[in-house]
Design a protein around this ligand. Sequence first.
Ligand SMILES: O=C(NC1CCCCC1)[C@H](C1CCCCC1)n1c(-c2ccc(-c3ccccc3)s2)nc2ccccc21
Length: 233
Amino acid sequence: KEKLEINREQRALMKAIVDAYNRHQIPEDVAKKLLQDQYSPEENFLLLTEMATSQVQVLVEFTKNIPGFLSLDREDQIALLKGSAVEAMFLRSAQVFSRKMPTEHTDVLEERVRKSGIPDEFMTPMFNFYKSIGELHMVQEEQAILTAITILTPDRPYVKDPQAVERLQETMLDVLRKLCVLQHPQEQQYFARLLGRLTELRTLSHYHSEMLASWRMNDHKFTPLLCEIWDVQ
Ligand SMILES: O=C(NC1CCCCC1)[C@H](C1CCCCC1)n1c(-c2ccc(-c3ccccc3)s2)nc2ccccc21
């Protein structure tokens, strides 16, 4: 019987990550804004760029608190942030979408996102992902560690020392595996399903440049930070 309990070191690691995850909440709740009004594609695009800009800053602060991240090669730290920013945004969007709210609010929110200006062909994969994340009913520890695992993906472009990243990611995966067994004892393959979502997330994020470029409006304006992160313009 493998040692299942989370040892002291892993508990400390988990606490550091969850505290960082909670400390760096998105300042403005986009769901509330979207539930208030139906915006034009131009207003929605602006809202997305504002949300994305603040989320990248939140992501950087969160990442600095992942034990071991700051001891990675400096350029690799940048490569990991750049490589995971869009996935982190979709993951956070999925968590916003799956937040406990009255059914009619979820329906309005879905409608608003569907009519936001994103081309229709992206809606099915996007909402399939959101709903598959929602079905998992992740606890916040799982959400925080899953975000850390996404950031610590060794095979991002331009990473010079993937082994160093892999060692950190494996530490997180080990904690998440134990957490899943403890939190969802009745679901044998919960951990495997959780990791399967990361594959879906990477596929969804693959279309982000196209999604942005074909947003139903002319003259898409991006901030310099987003040009860097989103591979646009
Ligand atoms: O604001 C948002 N998401 C915040 C990002 C930062 C973290 C908090 C959430 C947007 C809004 C969509 C409607 C128009 C305004 C922006 N959003 C999306 C996205 C659809 C496509 C997205 C994207 C990302 C990167 C690249 C290309 C495209 S994000 N799904 C949501 C599901 C539920 C609530 C909001 C949601």
